[in-house]
Design a protein around this ligand. Structure first.
Ligand SMILES: Cc1ncc(COP(=O)(O)O)c(C=O)c1O
Length: 419
């Protein structure tokens, strides 16, 4: 019989195998200083384009004050226990009411983490007779939620409504046999490439097919829609989304999340979300902090306006310089370049060391081989000078990529990686 750890000694996994070349620099980098447009990386000042602090709230003085005061008043333990047992408070209820009203739903329920929360939501909404139909490029938390499902599931091609319809036809036939229902899942904004989920077209299929619609709007909440209520508001389909999910980890610059739906559905979920029933309640400092952030989201439209001023300046500046931003329809700004993984590493190193620009890179297998994706997140705390400096840097790195500089620089890396 084998030792359980034998496989781990041999194979560190698809990402873990790059640890010796990548750790501390490309993965697990340590950004230091206060969360803002400019931070320190390995002692150098860098413009940070990799933090989802969309509205620039992370370091806003009012937010910092609210967080600090709540910390003094409640500490980090209160309330202890799961919501159902001993972790429930008036302020949890107040925040839920305000979130529900903000996203135009009857009720909401807080989640201590988005990932586990949505996973449990999927788990609680379906039984083995039901069928899930979901976008093939869905976030890992949706995939893991679907993994728990004991019944049938179908993926549809990314953001492809024709493919969704085909799968809905199959699912409808199957549900007629099993006696179950259908859950369709999309993201409001796909976080890697920035496209909005085609919520309007998906919602329109409700006229032809019977299904319930769950939307993960992690990147849309606070950034899209007239009031900031997210992608369903932007696309005018709030009423067609049956269960709405958003996290506090992005535009709210915090930790925690929520789901919103009809009262009866939330009443059911609060008794059936295993990740909340058997885990500690969202701590009070985060609840008070979220109330403050939500108030700012509602009363300070200038936060979203500043974000979009920066998004538009960065995206139009890059497009004017001929960069390929794919199909983004949100703040997420992907820049696609052609090159190998070692070239991507040399390029990112150059950006960080010589141009003071910090952004994330995404390479194969997340995107096709031969492509490099530089993923940039503009925020409300960036300035137009940051944008200008970045545009100049990007023109330079493209020139170096095209004239083979990174190929030469990366030869040693490539050899080490066996490419
Ligand atoms: C699309 C999407 N859904 C869910 C989550 C998970 O949220 P949390 O960070 O609150 O666990 C994330 C990441 O934050 C995300 O990008």
């Amino acid at each position: 019989m084998k030792d359980l750890f034998e496989k781990i000694y041999k194979d560190k996994g698809p990402l873990g195998k790059w640890a010796s070349q990548a750790e501390g620099y490309f993965v697990f980098p340590k950004l230091e200083g206060e969360i803002s447009n400019r931070m320190k990386f390995q002692g150098k000042d860098v413009i940070t384009w990799s933090i989802n602090d969309y509205l620039g709230l992370a370091n806003h003085p009012e937010v910092r004050k609210a967080d600090a005061e709540a910390g003094v008043k409640y500490g980090s333990a209160y309330p202890m226990g799961a919501r159902m047992m001993s972790g429930h408070t008036d302020l949890h209820e107040k925040l839920q009411k305000e979130l529900a009203a903000f996203v135009n739903k009857e009720a909401a329920y807080l989640l201590n983490f988005g990932y586990q929360g949505i996973l449990s939501t999927i788990d609680a909404l379906v039984n083995k007779h039901d069928i899930i139909v979901y976008d093939v490029d869905a976030h890992a938390c949706i995939i893991d939620g679907v993994r728990l499902h004991m019944g049938k599931r179908f993926t549809y091609k990314h953001n492809d409504v024709v493919s969704l319809e085909k799968n809905l036809e199959r699912a409808t036939k199957m549900a007629e046999q099993t006696g179950g229902g259908i859950l369709v899942i999309s993201e409001g904004v796909f976080g890697m490439r920035g496209e909005q989920g085609r919520l309007k077209e998906i919602a329109a299929l409700k006229k032809k097919y019977k299904f319930r619609f769950l939307v993960d709007d992690a990147h849309g909440f606070g950034t899209l829609g007239k009031t900031g209520a997210g992608a369903p508001e932007e696309q005018g389909v709030q009423d067609d989304v049956d269960v709405y999910f958003a996290t506090f980890a992005k535009s709210m610059a915090s930790t925690g999340a929520f789901i919103a739906a009809d009262q009866e559905i939330i009443d059911y979920l609060k008794y059936n979300l295993r990740s909340q029933m058997f885990a500690k309640s969202l701590q009070m400092q985060l609840v008070v902090g979220a109330l403050k952030r939500l108030e700012m989201l509602k009363t300070m439209p200038e936060l979203k306006n500043k974000l979009w001023e920066n998004v538009n300046a960065l995206q139009s500046g890059l497009r004017e310089r001929g960069f390929d931003l794919g199909t983004t329809q949100s703040c997420v700004t992907p820049v696609y370049l052609k090159g190998s993984i070692p070239e991507a590493m040399a390029l990112v190193k150059d950006l960080r060391e010589n141009f003071g620009i910090f952004c994330s890179i995404v390479v194969y297998p997340v995107i096709p081989k031969g492509l490099i994706l530089l993923r940039m997140i503009p925020t409300g705390s960036h300035t137009l000078e940051d944008v200008e400096e970045t545009l100049v840097a990007f023109s330079s790195i493209r020139e170096r990529l095209e004239n083979g500089t990174y190929k030469r620089l990366s030869a040693a890396v490539a050899a080490a990686m066996g490419e």
